[in-house]
Ligand binder design. Structure first.
Ligand code: IMP
Ligand code: MG
Length: 182
């Protein structure tokens, strides 16, 4: 018999239902790190670019299992504001000189694909040697902008996800697991 998912009542109105456990996340992130290490074994100019804020925890774990030399940089992209619907506008801040470097952009969730398309477009204008995309989660059902994902943690249903760095109105980032906000 299947266990019922664990439920965490967080406020009087909000409950987080566990979707992916901390253990499963760690296993998957370790595998992605190994794969990235072997794919980038022949380069010494890798820049891992964390898309703040949602990807901070994922990036911190991922780089600890990347065994090739790399630089770690940060940009901030925001589209959600405090709601659960994308605003349709993406604001990107941060400057990184990527010209001639192999870059790996690390995202938390690819939903409609708008944010990562905008980020990729901005970086490709600066002539990196290569650009690859790594995302912890993707929601294929919501895709409006086509995106090639090179490294994927998990595919998730079209629900609002929190935990492991990912927030709702600034809350729940500290959870070590991923859950559905209800
Ligand atoms: P996109 O531009 O529609 O692909 O949305 C991507 C961004 O929206 C992600 O980087 C997240 O920051 C945010 N986002 C999308 N889905 C969720 C969710 O389920 N929970 C929290 N943030 C989300
Ligand atoms: Mg994000």
């Amino acid at each position: 018999m299947k266990n019922r998912p664990r439920q965490f009542p967080m406020t009087s109105k909000e409950t987080v239902v566990e979707l992916i456990s901390a253990e499963k996340i760690q296993q998957r992130v370790g595998k992605l790190g190994k794969l990235i290490s072997s794919d980038f074994a022949s380069t010494e100019r890798l820049i891992v670019i964390c898309v703040l804020k949602g990807a901070f925890m994922f990036t911190a774990d991922l780089v600890r299992s990347i065994e090739v030399p790399c630089h770690i940089e940060f940009i901030q992209a925001s589209s959600y504001g405090n709601g659960i619907q994308s605003s349709g506008k993406v604001c990107i801040t941060g400057t990184i000189d990527v010209t001639g470097h192999d870059i790996l952009v690390v995202e938390d969730i690819i939903d409609t694909g708008l944010t990562i398309s905008r980020i990729s477009h901005e970086f490709l204008n600066c002539n990196p040697a290569s650009l690859k995309i790594c995302t912890l989660l993707e929601k294929p059902a919501a895709r409006k902008h086509p995106v090639t994902i090179d490294y994927l943690g998990f595919t998730v249903p079209n629900r609002f996800i929190v935990g492991y760095g990912i927030d709702y109105a600034g809350k729940y980032r500290q959870l070590p697991f991923l859950g559905i906000l209800e």
